[in-house]
Design a protein around this ligand. Structure first.
Ligand SMILES: Cc1ncc(COP(=O)(O)O)c(C=O)c1O
Length: 379
């Protein structure tokens, strides 16, 4: 079936007990057993529950994986993936990765004997060069948050396959509607489902989508042992959000390209980072591996006071962290989402003080242009 059909129906079959077209929220911690040693497939909700299983089936299908596990946040999902590594193992990570991943790896996971190298993964030669005998994983975010650098997933997958490394791709920014990394050779996909998958800014969640039975077995072991599996109500909310993913993403994309063009032509904007613009350095790679460009745009107004002036004057765009919801959010990565990255590293990877990140919503695009236009007129 097509993507939109799968997003609506896979894992979301009518409830067998009542015929309800929407599966009930199984808000229960435990499941009564039929007799000693016999139950209906569920025993205790930390291990799994019907709403989690339903969402995991949807995620596996949409990302073209064989199995998926959903967690209490994107970070919990990413943490579970790093637990595939053992002390002494080394992983290569995209240098402009989400700040939370930078913090998790450099301030926490290093304490358990793991080693990380941050590399510009948009350069396959740099990735190949960073591999050492202890390397076991390459972790790519594409496009990167908030610098919008695009990594050629198929090129990195060829390197990973040749060296028997696990290639993990964070697909949060595009969602499976615009990019399916497993089809390009990735072994594992991770998501912050908090973003486009849920799409309504009302739940936190993460997903790990797998292709290899041994990875799936280990991730499920982590999920049920450490207990960060997603709760029934949140699974229900994300499942509901996914049903409209296709129509939402198409609108985010249309609004994204319109706003990127508006900003590109604005005299107070120094540079616009959006892979859909022909001027973007990896525009051709993006066109090849993505079926759309989505709603994430970063733009530079040069200085911190200028960025502050824009953020202080927007009216329709909401000043907030996060992204991927129906409403347009605007943020300042250097002091908000990426504040945990040291200043010199931030400068080096292009997260300048004048950089503003937009998560373009699905409002009427004329209203968004008018709002940003009036905010920029204060510069
Ligand atoms: C690209 C990306 N990956 C992962 C995460 C972490 O997700 P969560 O906030 O759901 O833990 C985020 C959060 O902003 C993100 O932008």
């Amino acid at each position: 079936m097509g993507f939109a059909t799968d997003a609506i129906h896979v894992g979301q079959e009518p409830d067998p007990a009542t015929g309800a077209i929407v599966a009930p929220i199984y808000q229960t911690s435990t499941f009564v057993q039929d007799s000693f040693g016999h139950h209906k497939g569920f025993d205790y909700a930390r291990t799994t529950h019907p709403n989690r299983q339903a969402l995991e089936r949807t995620m596996a299908r949409l990302e073209a994986g064989t199995q998926a596990y959903v967690f209490t946040s994107g970070m919990a999902a990413i943490d579970a993936v790093f637990r595939l590594l053992r002390p002494g193992d080394h992983a290569i990570i995209s240098e402009a990765v989400y700040g939370g991943v930078f913090r998790l790896t450099t301030q926490f996971l290093v304490q358990f004997g793991l080693e990380f190298t941050f590399v510009d993964t948009s350069r396959p030669d740099a990735v190949a060069h960073a591999i050492k005998p202890s390397t076991r994983m390459i972790y790519v975010e594409t496009p990167t948050n908030p610098t919008m650098k695009v990594t050629d997933i198929a090129a990195i997958a060829r390197i990973a396959t040749a060296r028997k490394l696990i290639l993990v791709v964070d697909n949060t920014f595009l969602s499976p509607y615009f990019q399916q990394p497993i089809k390009l050779g990735a072994r594992i996909v991770v998501h912050s489902m908090t973003k486009y998958l849920n799409g309504h800014s009302d739940a936190i969640g993460g997903a790990v989508v797998l292709t290899q039975p041994e990875d799936a077995e280990r991730i499920y072991f982590v999920q049920r042992s450490a207990g960060a599996g997603l709760a029934p109500m949140d699974c229900f909310l994300v499942s509901r959000g996914i049903k409209t993913l296709a129509v939402r993403m198409a609108q985010h994309d249309a609004n994204g390209i319109a706003l990127a063009r508006f900003l590109e032509s604005h005299p107070k904007v120094q540079r616009v980072l959006y892979p859909g613009l022909p001027a973007h350095p990896q525009h051709e790679i993006a066109r090849r591996q993505q079926t759309g460009f989505g709603g994430m745009i970063s733009f530079d107004v040069t200085t911190l006071p200028a960025a502050r002036a824009v953020l202080d004057h927007v009216k329709l765009c909401s000043l907030a962290e996060s992204l991927g919801g129906v409403e347009t959010l605007i943020s300042h990565p250097a002091t908000m989402t990426h504040a945990s990255i040291p200043t010199e590293v931030r400068q080096q990877i292009g997260i300048t003080d004048g950089l503003i990140r937009l998560s373009v919503g699905i409002e009427d695009v004329e209203d968004l242009v008018a709002d940003l236009g009036q905010a920029l007129s204060h510069l």
